[in-house]
Structure formats: C-alpha cells, structure tokens
Design a protein around this ligand. Structure first.
Ligand code: AMP
Length: 217
C-alpha cells in the first residue's frame, strides 16, 4: 500500500483517537476533523439546537445523524481537505458510514484506511475517569497516567485543567454502551471492505503512533 492520507480513526471513547489524530495531522499535514470537537463548540452557542445537542451529549448518546452528516459533508468540501483528512469520531454508525461513502463519492474522494484503536473496557473506564483537559490549548492529561507537573494546571498555559462533563462516571458507562451497540458493528463493516487496520491501543501514545504509520505505508 502506498502512503495514504484519507483516514478514519476509529475506536471506543478513551481509545486515544484525539491524541493520534493530532499526531497524524502534523505528520501528513492534513486536517483532523473531530465531530466531538465541532459539536462541543456548537454546544456553547445560545440556540435551541445547541441546547438539544448539549442534552444529548450529556447523556452520552449520539446526536442525530442528519446533523453530523451535514457537518462532515460541509467540512470535507473545504480546500484544506484536498490532500486528505483524518476523521476522528465519525462515522459512528453503519448509517453514518453509508452517508460518508455517498459524500466521498460525490466529492471524488475515497478512504484509504480505517485505523481501529483497540483498548479493553477496563482500561477505557480508567482513562476516561482520570482525563483532564486544558481549557486554553486543549492538551490532554491523565491524573495518574500522565499528570501535569503542577497540581491540576496545564504545563504550558498554567490554566486550571477541567474534566469534560461527559467524562463523569455515569455518562462514561452510557457512552461505552452506545459504542458497543451502535459503533462496534462498523469493525465488521470496514473489515469486509478491506479497509480495517487494527492497532493495539494500549502500548502508549508513541508506540501506537509508530504502529499506525507502519500499517499505512
Ligand atoms: P467524542 O469527543 O468523539 O467522544 O464525542 C463526544 C460526543 O459527541 C459523543 O458522545 C456524541 O454525543 C457526540 N458525537 C460525536 N461524534 C458523533 C457522531 N459521529 N455521531 C453522533 N454523535 C456524535
């Protein structure tokens, strides 16, 4: 396989998709398209849609497919996606995967690979519960596995870290349930298409990244 740049980064919440998407984005100089990040931004607006999205996210459910599909469709039309893209958190259902196929077909694009980060449920719960983020630069920490130098403050920005409201224990379990029911079937879907590249997601961020690069070249 030749060097590829049109990717889906797939895996359960807490698998490290955001971390790896960022690394891949720098490496290949292509944009990271995180539907979660786009929706978190949308949530901050003062509109009925923002309030609806906020409630859905707080429950750990999926927001309506029509909304995320429209978001991704518009984003993929932008010029910076011409040389490739990394979809992080999309598609999350077979319905979304089919919509993605339609969008890519209409835009004359195609997927090169679906990188699937595999992490055990026990590890996911531990990772999500301890995850903390910097409100200024978005850098991710973990209270025990990757703690900041100073007490719950970003090493770079020095701002107090925060916990995503959907990283609280009750929502974590809901998000994982949604993942196993709605999103995990995509593994077979993409395996049948010959696009799936399974990666052991428990080996540490740098090793995971090296594994991803090795399956893409
Ligand atoms: P993430 O940051 O990818 O963990 O996404 C956070 C939340 O945003 C999810 O729990 C969903 O509520 C919502 N979300 C993100 N991507 C999608 C998607 N492709 N389809 C539906 N909901 C999504």
């Amino acid at each position: 396989m030749t060097k590829t740049t049109s990717l889906v980064l797939f895996g359960p919440p807490g698998a490290g998709k955001g971390t790896q998407a960022e690394k891949l984005s720098h490496h290949f100089t292509i944009p990271q398209i995180s539907t979660g990040n786009i929706l978190r931004k949308l949530r901050t607006e003062d509109t009925p849609l923002a309030r609806e999205v906020s409630e859905v996210m707080l429950r750990g459910d999926l927001v309506p497919a029509s909304l995320v599909v429209d978001i991704v469709e518009e984003r993929l039309k932008e010029k910076d996606c011409g040389a490739g893209f990394i979809l992080d958190g999309f598609p999350r259902t077979v319905e979304q995967a089919k919509a993605l196929e339609r969008i890519l077909g209409e835009q004359g694009k195609q997927l090169d690979a679906v990188v699937s980060l595999e992490v055990s449920e026990k590890e996911l719960v531990a990772r999500l519960g301890g995850r903390r983020l910097c409100p200024a630069c978005g850098r991710a920490y973990h209270l025990s596995m990757n703690p900041p130098k100073e007490d719950e403050r970003c090493d770079t920005c020095k701002k107090p870290l925060f916990q995503r409201d959907d990283d609280r224990e009750d929502t974590i379990l809901g998000r994982l349930r949604v993942y196993w029911h709605e999103t995990a079937p995509l593994v077979d879907y993409y395996r049948h298409q010959g696009l799936l590249r399974p990666i052991d997601g428990e080996t540490g961020p740098d090793r995971v990244f090296a594994q991803i690069l090795s399956v893409l070249t």
